[in-house]
Write a protein that binds this ligand. Structure first.
Ligand SMILES: [Zn+2]
Length: 326
């Protein structure tokens, strides 16, 4: 390892950390934005009834990635600041910057075979051909982001640790505020879904407004990532014919959920990560489409939740393997 390379690496570190600081907004809204979360409680689809399925004697599957130091999941809601910038390194002579030295894991190529489809009545994810795909899967989804870089990094780190994929259903106004977080999500090979621009109850809106609320998110995400979302979830699970029509027109699969974590009922002052886990496990069944949010207590619960799902022989379905046209 030569000196030149080391200097180059230091330069990369300096430039990236500088970029982060520029983006840091002093008064980001507290992560647990009540307004967007609350209403969903009333609209949990009936499908989410507890199914105490075969926990009998399943051995942990795949045991997943042993090592990897888990990222600290102590996410402070509103505060959280600045990771220490490596001091020293006074490389005033601009050292040659090696393009993309180490940094993040390369995004997984998104060409997965289509093995799953959604049951349009229950919103569960099921094998297209039961003989060639495991039915013991769950779909992980996180709504209402992107909110906060530190929180998101912790969440993405835990998903990486378990080799788990998820859909991040984003709101346009948040993407507009922090477009860099979309890239952070896709750099980890995760999928972006459309959750409308403003997180309003679309069922009450005109066709024109609905088209704008959905269409503008498609445009913005495409602009940022090169491809428009293929999944749509209406805020509060509330969507009528016009909403479904627009989703279809935009080539998106319309879904609500079949397993509600109830994380949206918790607050910064009153929250319980263990309860997020037990809420999900109580409703667990093959194909569970699990609704969660980008919230600190959910991020804190994630490593435990994923570990327990693995112990029950569940796998995490890759959204890219869901055929959105069926
Ligand atoms: Zn939402």
């Amino acid at each position: 390892m030569n000196k030149k390379l080391l200097i180059g690496l230091a330069a990369v570190l300096i430039t990236t950390s500088a970029a982060c600081q520029n983006n840091s907004q002093p008064s980001a809204a507290p992560a647990g934005n009540g307004a967007s979360a609350t209403g969903q409680a009333q609209t949990v689809p009936p499908a989410a009834k507890p199914t105490e399925k075969s926990e009998a004697s399943v051995a942990p599957v795949g045991a997943g990635t042993p090592a990897q130091p888990s990222k600290p999941s102590d996410v402070a809601p509103g505060s959280a600041q600045q990771p220490a910038v490596p001091p020293s390194a006074s490389t005033s002579t601009a050292a040659p910057i090696t393009p993309q030295a180490t940094q993040q894991p390369a995004p997984a190529p998104q060409a997965a075979a289509k093995l799953y489809k959604m049951n349009p009545k229950t919103y569960d994810i099921v094998p297209i051909d039961p003989a060639s795909a495991d039915k013991n899967v769950v779909l992980l989804t996180f709504d209402d982001g992107p909110k906060d870089k530190d929180m998101l990094e912790a969440l993405l780190g835990t998903l990486d640790k378990h080799k788990a994929k998820a859909i991040f259903f984003v709101n346009g106004y948040r993407v507009q505020q922090k477009p860099e977080l979309i890239k952070l999500i896709t750099d980890h090979g995760q999928t972006i879904g459309n959750h409308s621009w403003d997180h309003i109850d679309l069922k009450k809106e005109s066709k024109e407004k609905i088209d704008q609320q959905i269409g503008d998110v498609q445009k913005l995400v495409k602009e940022l990532t090169g491809s428009a979302p293929q999944f749509f979830r209406p805020p509060f699970g509330s969507g009528g014919d016009l909403v479904r029509e627009k989703a279809k027109q935009e080539n998106m699969l319309f879904m609500t959920w079949s397993n509600g974590s109830l994380d949206w009922d918790m607050t910064v002052k009153k929250n319980d990560p263990a309860k997020v886990v037990s809420n999900v496990l109580e409703q667990l069944r093959p194909g569970s489409n699990i609704l969660m949010h980008e919230l600190p207590w959910t991020v804190e619960a994630m490593d435990n939740l994923l570990t327990q799902l693995e112990a029950k022989s569940y796998k995490f379905v890759d959204p890219a393997s869901i055929d959105t046209t069926l």
